[in-house]
Write a protein that binds this ligand. Structure first.
Ligand code: IPM
Ligand code: MG
Length: 366
């Protein structure tokens, strides 16, 4: 059975990291006879330039047909002056919404070799393994009314609306409880229920679900405290569940704890586990086209793709082992090395070569 993988390289460093991730997918795909068929389409700024829209209809039909989607990154200074509704980022929001990818999984896992690269002391992060479950198709990112308008008194005003229905909260909550059940059984729900009604409802729904999951210990934190706890004592967390905006912010913090945002993959799933997979790092326009980007987060996203959308668990494990192997060999891209070590840092392509070599060196039975 052919599996259709849609590649959306996007902007900035996107094309460079996607190229390397595709190579590793091809290697493990061949080994496991996965019969992967790749197509490519435009999303974000590159789509605006080539097709006049951030999420063109050609991309939309390919996305709807694909078994899974691997995305690089979108956005960059070139498109910063466009009105909000036409920016590259809107393409990303549009595809998430179009495919109903409400469940965003962002695992922050520390590879032991990178403990020294973390912004926290090594002992605070050794063994770190957090899963952030972010609601991705609701909340203030999508709530109406929104916009910038001029009031009757002539003063301009910007408006966004944070809005969550019980149904939306319950469906992400369930997935978070299920995830916690398969891990260490601890779920921390993050809200701002001391101020925002929308998150008072969020907390109430999480509480009501907890009766169905007696094996999961549910706790709650306000988002400001959660941000502080993440940098104070991150290992207290197992699974965190939160809304769209808080999840965006907390996942960047968690990423940095693992050594570099260049290491963090993500999966965005709908109710049928069809998904879009992307590194959390974004388009990094400052280093785009310079062969400096770290491709590992995209490779780890490809591993998640194999696991969640194709059910190819062994192939997924192999990619993760391949990434661990190159780190164990001491190989680093520049985001992972400090000071003098930067001079010996590998470029994007060389890091891709190293992971491919590590995969080929794995015993077939692995
Ligand atoms: C992310 C990104 C996006 C988001 C941007 C590019 C729209 O920061 O995936 O975390 O805010 O969701
Ligand atoms: Mg973000």
């Amino acid at each position: 059975m052919t599996r259709r993988i849609l590649l959306l390289p996007g902007d900035g460093i996107g094309p460079e990291v996607i190229r390397e991730a595709r190579r590793v997918l091809e290697v493990v795909g061949d080994r496991h006879a996965l019969d992967l068929a790749f197509t490519e389409a435009n999303l974000g700024g590159v789509a605006i330039d080539r097709e006049g829209q951030a999420y063109p209809s050609t991309t939309q039909s390919l996305a709807r047909e694909a078994d899974a989607i691997l995305l690089g990154a979108v956005g960059g200074p070139k498109w910063d002056s466009l009105p909000a509704s036409q920016r590259p980022e809107r393409g990303l929001l549009a595809i998430r919404s179009d495919l109903d990818l409400f469940c965003n999984l962002r695992p922050a896992l520390l590879f032991q070799e990178l403990a020294e690269a973390s912004s926290l002391r090594a002992e605070l992060v050794a063994g770190l393994d957090i899963l952030i479950v972010r609601e991705l198709t609701g909340g203030i990112y999508f709530g109406e009314p929104r916009g910038i308008h001029t009031r009757d008194d002539g003063v301009r005003e910007g408006v966004n609306t944070d809005r969550y229905s019980e149904t939306e909260i319950r469906r992400i909550g369930r997935l978070a409880f299920e995830a916690a059940r398969k891990r260490d059984g601890r779920l921390c729900s993050v809200d701002k229920a001391n101020v925002l009604e929308v998150t008072m409802l969020w907390r109430e729904v999480m509480e009501s679900l907890s009766g169905e999951y007696p094996d999961v210990a549910l706790s709650h934190l306000y988002v400001d405290n959660a941000a502080m706890q993440l940098v104070r004592e991150p290992k207290q967390f197992d699974v965190m569940v939160t809304g769209n905006l808080f999840g965006d912010i907390l996942s960047d913090i968690a990423a940095m704890l693992t050594g570099s945002i260049g290491m963090l993959p993500s999966a965005s799933l709908n109710a049928e586990s069809r998904g879009l997979y992307e590194p959390v790092h974004g388009s990094a326009p400052d280093i785009a086209g310079q062969d400096k980007a770290n491709p590992l987060a995209t490779m780890l996203s490809a591993a998640m793709l194999l696991r969640y959308s194709l059910g190819a668990l062994e192939a997924a494990d192999q990619i993760e082992q391949g990434v661990a192997a190159v780190l164990a060999q001491g190989l680093r891209t520049s985001d992972l090395s400090a000071g003098d070590a930067q001079t010996g840092a590998l470029g994007t392509r060389a890091m891709g070569d190293a992971v491919v070599a590590a995969l080929l060196a794995q015993s077939p039975a692995q």
